[in-house]
Design a protein around this ligand. Structure first.
Ligand code: GTP
Ligand code: MG
Ligand code: ZN
Length: 297
């Protein structure tokens, strides 16, 4: 029997779908996994045996070392998060973007930002805000393919989880990256209809050699667990250096004298947009207002 190395791209009803050597095999896990209670996850690299090449059936024999594991949703070996916003239509909410960035950091995943729909408006000012905060930023137009190759270079050889509000062009962009229609795109009414009839499950899309994208409503959840108002500033990478010159150890960076963060806002080292988001999220975390309820897509 032929043994192959592959990646679990989805799991439904006790079956694992393993992408190996350009084909997708429907696999059962060998008894050993049930015996020792180990759970296989979407994203796991495995060794599988081909049982029937024609029917593309196989058996998962071995779980290869897992590099990382996201909790919600449960996905293994995610290397980075691609956070997609449109420069217009829908109008971007920077507050929401910061929440996505915080969420990625809480999960321990580096974030890459993509501003899509460059054809509708110039996203340079937006891009500059986030570049100066230390993030990698790409600009694309999924319709014309502008910027898509540069984006692909950041995804190559990695597993990337894709997040962003509804309607920004995530599916259109994923299709452009894949060079074929993997995902349904379109207007909201069609989506609502689809949502009613399709079971949503976690699935990886292969867009190239060792290159996978992961699109799930779960990751867009805004429950920023593990973030307190005291730790909020640590999720703003550009605050790290200025914070060292705050007079008080427990500085909130809102009203204390000799605050290095506020001085950096004055000099422009920290942008007003980011600082304003920080302030709003801080207030939310201090108050009784429920924080991070609801999913944008
Ligand atoms: N003008 C313009 N329109 C775009 C671009 N990319 C996508 N669109 C359009 O935006 C609409 C929404 O695109 P989708 O790809 O379905 O958006 P989505 O982010 O997947 O939305 P959800 O699945 O609801 O989360 C579609 O009508 C696309 O044709 C772009 O770069 N420029
Ligand atoms: Mg979509
Ligand atoms: Zn301070």
């Amino acid at each position: 029997m032929e043994s192959l190395k592959g990646k679990i791209i989805k799991g439904i009803g006790g079956f694992y779908y393993v992408n190996a050597a350009d084909r997708v095999y429907e696999c059962k896990a060998r008894g050993v996994f049930r015996k020792d209670g180990r759970k296989l996850l979407v994203g796991d690299d495995v060794r599988m045996e081909v049982l029937d090449e024609e029917k593309m059936l196989g058996s998962v024999e071995e779980l290869l070392p897992r590099r990382s594991e996201l909790v919600r949703p449960a996905v293994a070996n995610v290397d980075q998060a691609l956070i997609i916003f449109a420069v217009a239509s829908p109008q971007p909410s920077l507050n929401l973007l910061d929440r996505f960035l915080i969420h990625a950091k809480v999960q321990g995943v580096p974030a890459l930002i993509c501003f899509n729909k460059e054809d509708l408006s110039d996203g340079e000012a937006l891009a500059a805000v986030y570049r100066s905060a230390g993030y990698e930023v790409r600009k694309t137009c999924a319709l014309t393919g502008e910027g898509v190759e540069e984006l692909r270079r950041h995804l190559q050889g990695r597993t990337t989880t894709v997040a962003g509000p509804s309607g920004v062009g995530k599916s259109t962009l994923i299709n452009a990256l894949a060079g074929r229609d993997l995902m349904e795109t379109g207007d909201v009414s069609r989506k609502i209809e689809r949502g009613k009839h399709t079971t949503r499950h976690s699935e990886l899309f292969r867009i190239g050699e060792d290159t996978y994208l992961f699109d799930t409503p779960g990751f867009t959840s805004l429950e920023v667990f593990g973030v307190t108002k005291e730790s909020l500033w640590t999720f703003y990478p550009e605050f790290a250096e200025p914070e060292k010159s705050c007079r008080f150890a427990q500085c909130s960076h809102l009203h204390e004298p000799d605050c290095g963060v506020r001085e950096a806002v004055e000099t422009g080292e920290i942008t007003r947009e980011r600082y304003e988001n920080y302030r709003l999220l801080y207030e939310e975390l201090s108050g009784r207002k429920s924080y991070g309820k609801g999913t944008p897509s």
